[in-house]
Write a protein that binds this ligand. Structure first.
Ligand SMILES: NC(=O)c1ccc[n+]([C@@H]2O[C@H](COP(=O)([O-])OP(=O)(O)OC[C@H]3O[C@@H](n4cnc5c(N)ncnc54)[C@H](O)[C@@H]3O)[C@@H](O)[C@H]2O)c1
Length: 261
Protein backbone atom coordinates (compact mmCIF):
# COMPACT_ATOMS: atom_id res chain seq x y z
CA UNK A 1 0.00 0.00 0.00
CA UNK A 2 1.33 3.44 -0.89
CA UNK A 3 0.93 6.00 1.90
CA UNK A 4 0.51 9.45 0.40
CA UNK A 5 2.02 12.35 2.34
CA UNK A 6 -0.69 14.81 3.36
CA UNK A 7 -0.52 18.25 1.72
CA UNK A 8 -2.19 20.28 4.44
CA UNK A 9 0.01 23.34 3.88
CA UNK A 10 -0.06 23.79 0.10
CA UNK A 11 0.16 27.53 -0.60
CA UNK A 12 0.25 28.44 3.12
CA UNK A 13 2.72 30.98 4.46
CA UNK A 14 4.47 29.94 7.69
CA UNK A 15 6.92 31.49 10.14
CA UNK A 16 9.10 29.19 12.27
CA UNK A 17 11.52 30.44 14.96
CA UNK A 18 14.34 28.28 16.28
CA UNK A 19 14.31 26.54 12.90
CA UNK A 20 17.93 25.39 12.59
CA UNK A 21 17.82 22.46 14.97
CA UNK A 22 15.66 19.90 16.75
CA UNK A 23 11.90 20.38 16.81
CA UNK A 24 11.94 23.61 14.75
CA UNK A 25 14.02 21.98 12.04
CA UNK A 26 11.62 19.00 11.89
CA UNK A 27 8.67 21.41 11.66
CA UNK A 28 10.28 23.25 8.71
CA UNK A 29 11.04 19.99 6.91
CA UNK A 30 7.43 18.86 7.44
CA UNK A 31 6.05 22.18 6.22
CA UNK A 32 8.19 22.12 3.07
CA UNK A 33 7.16 18.50 2.36
CA UNK A 34 3.52 19.58 2.66
CA UNK A 35 3.83 22.51 0.27
CA UNK A 36 4.21 25.55 2.55
CA UNK A 37 6.26 28.68 1.94
CA UNK A 38 8.37 29.17 5.04
CA UNK A 39 10.27 31.96 6.79
CA UNK A 40 12.79 30.05 8.89
CA UNK A 41 14.54 31.96 11.68
CA UNK A 42 17.40 31.05 13.97
CA UNK A 43 20.20 32.81 15.84
CA UNK A 44 22.53 30.07 14.66
CA UNK A 45 23.29 31.17 11.09
CA UNK A 46 25.44 28.20 9.96
CA UNK A 47 22.93 25.33 10.29
CA UNK A 48 20.16 27.60 8.99
CA UNK A 49 21.88 27.71 5.58
CA UNK A 50 21.21 23.96 5.24
CA UNK A 51 17.55 24.87 4.69
CA UNK A 52 17.47 25.70 1.01
CA UNK A 53 14.97 25.86 -1.83
CA UNK A 54 12.57 28.23 -3.50
CA UNK A 55 9.94 27.61 -0.80
CA UNK A 56 12.09 28.85 2.09
CA UNK A 57 13.53 32.20 3.17
CA UNK A 58 16.01 32.09 6.05
CA UNK A 59 16.38 34.95 8.52
CA UNK A 60 19.45 34.66 10.75
CA UNK A 61 18.60 36.80 13.77
CA UNK A 62 18.37 36.69 17.53
CA UNK A 63 14.63 36.85 18.21
CA UNK A 64 15.39 39.10 21.19
CA UNK A 65 16.76 41.87 18.98
CA UNK A 66 14.50 44.90 18.61
CA UNK A 67 12.94 44.70 15.18
CA UNK A 68 13.51 40.94 14.72
CA UNK A 69 9.85 40.05 15.19
CA UNK A 70 8.77 42.66 12.64
CA UNK A 71 11.50 41.49 10.27
CA UNK A 72 10.01 37.97 10.36
CA UNK A 73 6.48 39.25 9.76
CA UNK A 74 7.66 41.43 6.86
CA UNK A 75 9.60 38.55 5.30
CA UNK A 76 6.53 36.34 5.48
CA UNK A 77 4.27 39.00 3.94
CA UNK A 78 6.74 39.24 1.08
CA UNK A 79 6.44 35.51 0.33
CA UNK A 80 2.88 35.46 -0.91
CA UNK A 81 0.12 38.01 -1.17
CA UNK A 82 0.76 39.57 2.23
CA UNK A 83 -0.85 36.76 4.18
CA UNK A 84 0.66 34.89 7.13
CA UNK A 85 -1.27 31.69 7.78
CA UNK A 86 0.66 29.95 10.55
CA UNK A 87 3.27 30.73 13.19
CA UNK A 88 5.40 28.18 15.01
CA UNK A 89 6.79 30.24 17.90
CA UNK A 90 9.40 27.66 18.80
CA UNK A 91 12.78 29.23 19.69
CA UNK A 92 13.73 28.42 23.26
CA UNK A 93 16.68 27.97 25.57
CA UNK A 94 17.32 26.23 28.87
CA UNK A 95 20.01 27.15 31.42
CA UNK A 96 19.90 24.51 34.17
CA UNK A 97 21.46 25.42 37.52
CA UNK A 98 20.34 25.68 41.16
CA UNK A 99 18.02 28.62 41.82
CA UNK A 100 20.49 30.23 44.22
CA UNK A 101 23.09 30.35 41.44
CA UNK A 102 20.97 32.02 38.78
CA UNK A 103 22.46 35.41 37.98
CA UNK A 104 20.65 38.32 36.35
CA UNK A 105 22.20 37.71 32.93
CA UNK A 106 20.98 34.09 32.89
CA UNK A 107 17.49 35.07 34.05
CA UNK A 108 17.25 37.83 31.41
CA UNK A 109 18.53 35.59 28.63
CA UNK A 110 16.00 32.83 29.32
CA UNK A 111 13.11 35.26 29.78
CA UNK A 112 14.22 37.27 26.76
CA UNK A 113 14.12 34.30 24.37
CA UNK A 114 11.34 32.19 25.87
CA UNK A 115 8.92 35.00 26.81
CA UNK A 116 9.69 38.48 25.52
CA UNK A 117 10.55 37.30 22.02
CA UNK A 118 7.67 34.83 21.94
CA UNK A 119 5.30 37.69 22.77
CA UNK A 120 6.85 40.07 20.23
CA UNK A 121 6.80 37.50 17.41
CA UNK A 122 3.22 36.45 18.27
CA UNK A 123 2.00 40.04 18.20
CA UNK A 124 3.95 41.10 15.07
CA UNK A 125 2.46 38.13 13.19
CA UNK A 126 -0.84 38.40 15.06
CA UNK A 127 -1.45 41.95 13.75
CA UNK A 128 -1.37 40.54 10.22
CA UNK A 129 -3.63 37.64 11.19
CA UNK A 130 -6.13 40.00 12.83
CA UNK A 131 -6.22 42.12 9.67
CA UNK A 132 -6.81 39.09 7.43
CA UNK A 133 -9.24 37.45 9.88
CA UNK A 134 -7.61 34.07 10.18
CA UNK A 135 -4.47 32.32 11.39
CA UNK A 136 -3.02 29.70 13.71
CA UNK A 137 -0.26 30.13 16.27
CA UNK A 138 1.57 27.33 18.06
CA UNK A 139 3.82 28.28 20.96
CA UNK A 140 6.37 25.69 22.04
CA UNK A 141 6.15 25.54 25.84
CA UNK A 142 7.26 22.38 27.68
CA UNK A 143 6.17 20.00 30.40
CA UNK A 144 8.09 22.60 32.44
CA UNK A 145 5.14 24.88 31.59
CA UNK A 146 2.76 22.68 33.56
CA UNK A 147 5.02 21.08 36.20
CA UNK A 148 7.98 21.93 38.42
CA UNK A 149 11.45 20.63 37.52
CA UNK A 150 14.43 20.74 39.87
CA UNK A 151 17.42 22.95 39.07
CA UNK A 152 15.92 25.01 36.27
CA UNK A 153 13.83 27.82 37.76
CA UNK A 154 14.15 30.34 34.88
CA UNK A 155 13.07 27.70 32.37
CA UNK A 156 10.10 26.54 34.48
CA UNK A 157 8.92 30.13 35.10
CA UNK A 158 9.36 31.09 31.44
CA UNK A 159 7.49 28.04 30.14
CA UNK A 160 4.61 28.56 32.60
CA UNK A 161 4.42 32.05 31.08
CA UNK A 162 4.29 30.58 27.56
CA UNK A 163 1.26 28.56 28.68
CA UNK A 164 -0.27 31.77 30.04
CA UNK A 165 0.50 33.62 26.81
CA UNK A 166 -1.19 30.82 24.86
CA UNK A 167 -4.38 30.88 26.91
CA UNK A 168 -4.56 34.68 26.98
CA UNK A 169 -4.14 35.00 23.19
CA UNK A 170 -6.52 32.11 22.49
CA UNK A 171 -9.34 33.84 24.36
CA UNK A 172 -8.53 37.31 22.98
CA UNK A 173 -7.94 36.37 19.33
CA UNK A 174 -10.64 33.74 18.83
CA UNK A 175 -13.00 36.49 17.70
CA UNK A 176 -10.58 37.22 14.83
CA UNK A 177 -10.57 33.60 13.65
CA UNK A 178 -7.13 32.97 15.12
CA UNK A 179 -6.40 29.74 16.98
CA UNK A 180 -3.60 29.67 19.56
CA UNK A 181 -2.27 26.46 21.09
CA UNK A 182 0.80 25.26 22.98
CA UNK A 183 2.98 22.24 22.36
CA UNK A 184 4.50 20.92 25.59
CA UNK A 185 7.24 18.47 24.68
CA UNK A 186 8.49 16.04 27.27
CA UNK A 187 11.92 14.45 27.04
CA UNK A 188 12.94 14.83 23.38
CA UNK A 189 16.37 14.15 21.88
CA UNK A 190 17.44 17.47 20.31
CA UNK A 191 20.27 19.98 20.26
CA UNK A 192 19.09 21.20 23.66
CA UNK A 193 20.31 18.01 25.33
CA UNK A 194 23.11 16.80 23.01
CA UNK A 195 25.74 17.57 25.62
CA UNK A 196 24.04 15.85 28.54
CA UNK A 197 23.35 12.75 26.41
CA UNK A 198 27.04 12.63 25.46
CA UNK A 199 28.59 13.26 28.86
CA UNK A 200 26.08 11.50 31.12
CA UNK A 201 24.27 8.70 29.33
CA UNK A 202 23.31 7.18 32.71
CA UNK A 203 21.33 10.31 33.59
CA UNK A 204 19.61 10.25 30.18
CA UNK A 205 18.74 6.55 30.50
CA UNK A 206 17.33 7.16 33.99
CA UNK A 207 15.14 9.94 32.56
CA UNK A 208 13.95 7.62 29.78
CA UNK A 209 13.21 4.86 32.31
CA UNK A 210 10.46 6.91 34.01
CA UNK A 211 8.69 7.81 30.76
CA UNK A 212 5.68 5.45 30.50
CA UNK A 213 6.70 4.69 26.89
CA UNK A 214 10.26 4.06 28.21
CA UNK A 215 12.04 6.30 25.72
CA UNK A 216 12.63 9.88 24.70
CA UNK A 217 10.62 11.33 21.85
CA UNK A 218 12.05 12.45 18.53
CA UNK A 219 11.87 15.91 16.93
CA UNK A 220 9.72 14.35 14.19
CA UNK A 221 7.19 13.07 16.75
CA UNK A 222 6.89 16.59 18.17
CA UNK A 223 6.65 18.11 14.69
CA UNK A 224 3.84 15.68 13.75
CA UNK A 225 1.65 17.08 16.55
CA UNK A 226 2.74 20.66 15.83
CA UNK A 227 1.82 20.32 12.14
CA UNK A 228 -1.58 18.86 13.06
CA UNK A 229 -2.36 21.65 15.54
CA UNK A 230 -1.62 24.45 13.07
CA UNK A 231 -3.44 22.70 10.19
CA UNK A 232 -7.10 22.95 9.17
CA UNK A 233 -7.58 19.45 10.59
CA UNK A 234 -7.48 21.11 14.02
CA UNK A 235 -9.91 23.89 13.04
CA UNK A 236 -11.86 23.69 16.34
CA UNK A 237 -8.81 23.38 18.61
CA UNK A 238 -7.72 26.52 20.46
CA UNK A 239 -6.24 27.16 23.89
CA UNK A 240 -5.06 23.55 24.06
CA UNK A 241 -1.97 22.83 26.15
CA UNK A 242 -0.80 19.65 24.44
CA UNK A 243 1.63 17.58 26.49
CA UNK A 244 3.52 15.34 24.06
CA UNK A 245 5.64 13.35 26.46
CA UNK A 246 5.11 9.60 26.12
CA UNK A 247 2.59 9.72 28.97
CA UNK A 248 4.88 11.30 31.56
CA UNK A 249 2.40 14.00 32.64
CA UNK A 250 -0.09 11.29 33.58
CA UNK A 251 2.33 9.82 36.13
CA UNK A 252 2.38 11.07 39.71
CA UNK A 253 6.11 11.35 40.47
CA UNK A 254 5.65 9.64 43.84
CA UNK A 255 4.94 6.45 41.87
CA UNK A 256 7.83 6.78 39.38
CA UNK A 257 9.63 4.05 41.35
CA UNK A 258 8.12 0.63 40.57
CA UNK A 259 6.39 -1.25 43.41
CA UNK A 260 8.31 -4.44 44.40
CA UNK A 261 6.70 -7.69 43.09
N1 LIG B 1 14.19 18.89 23.75
C1 LIG B 1 13.37 18.82 24.77
O1 LIG B 1 13.44 17.86 25.57
C2 LIG B 1 12.34 19.89 25.00
C3 LIG B 1 11.40 19.68 26.00
C4 LIG B 1 10.45 20.65 26.24
C5 LIG B 1 10.41 21.80 25.46
N2 LIG B 1 11.34 22.01 24.48
C6 LIG B 1 11.25 23.25 23.71
O2 LIG B 1 11.26 22.97 22.33
C7 LIG B 1 11.71 24.14 21.63
C8 LIG B 1 12.74 23.72 20.60
O3 LIG B 1 13.89 23.24 21.28
P1 LIG B 1 14.67 21.92 20.81
O4 LIG B 1 14.47 20.89 21.85
O5 LIG B 1 14.36 21.61 19.41
O6 LIG B 1 16.17 22.43 21.01
P2 LIG B 1 17.29 22.89 19.98
O7 LIG B 1 18.34 23.50 20.82
O8 LIG B 1 17.64 21.74 19.11
O9 LIG B 1 16.56 23.98 19.08
C9 LIG B 1 16.31 25.30 19.56
C10 LIG B 1 16.70 26.28 18.48
O10 LIG B 1 16.39 27.61 18.94
C11 LIG B 1 17.44 28.44 18.53
N3 LIG B 1 17.54 29.66 19.35
C12 LIG B 1 17.98 29.76 20.62
N4 LIG B 1 18.00 31.04 21.00
C13 LIG B 1 17.54 31.76 19.94
C14 LIG B 1 17.35 33.14 19.72
N5 LIG B 1 17.66 34.04 20.67
N6 LIG B 1 16.86 33.54 18.51
C15 LIG B 1 16.57 32.64 17.54
N7 LIG B 1 16.76 31.31 17.70
C16 LIG B 1 17.23 30.88 18.89
C17 LIG B 1 18.70 27.58 18.68
O11 LIG B 1 19.80 28.10 17.93
C18 LIG B 1 18.20 26.24 18.18
O12 LIG B 1 18.44 26.07 16.78
C19 LIG B 1 12.24 25.10 22.70
O13 LIG B 1 11.28 26.12 22.94
C20 LIG B 1 12.40 24.21 23.91
O14 LIG B 1 12.30 24.93 25.12
C21 LIG B 1 12.30 21.06 24.23
Amino acid sequence: MTVRAPKRYTGKVAVVTGAASGIGRAIVEGLLAEGAMVVANDVSAGPLTELQGDQVVTVAADVREPGAAQQLADAARGLGDGRIDVLFNNAGISRARPAAEVDDATWSHVMGVNNDAAFHVATAVGRVMIEQGHGAVLNTASVAGTHGLPGNVPYVVSKHAVVGLTRALAVEWGVHGIRVNALCPGLTATGMNTRVRAVDSGYWEAREAVVPLRRAGTPEEQAAVALFLNSEEASYVSGLIAEVDGGTHALYAGYAVNRPE
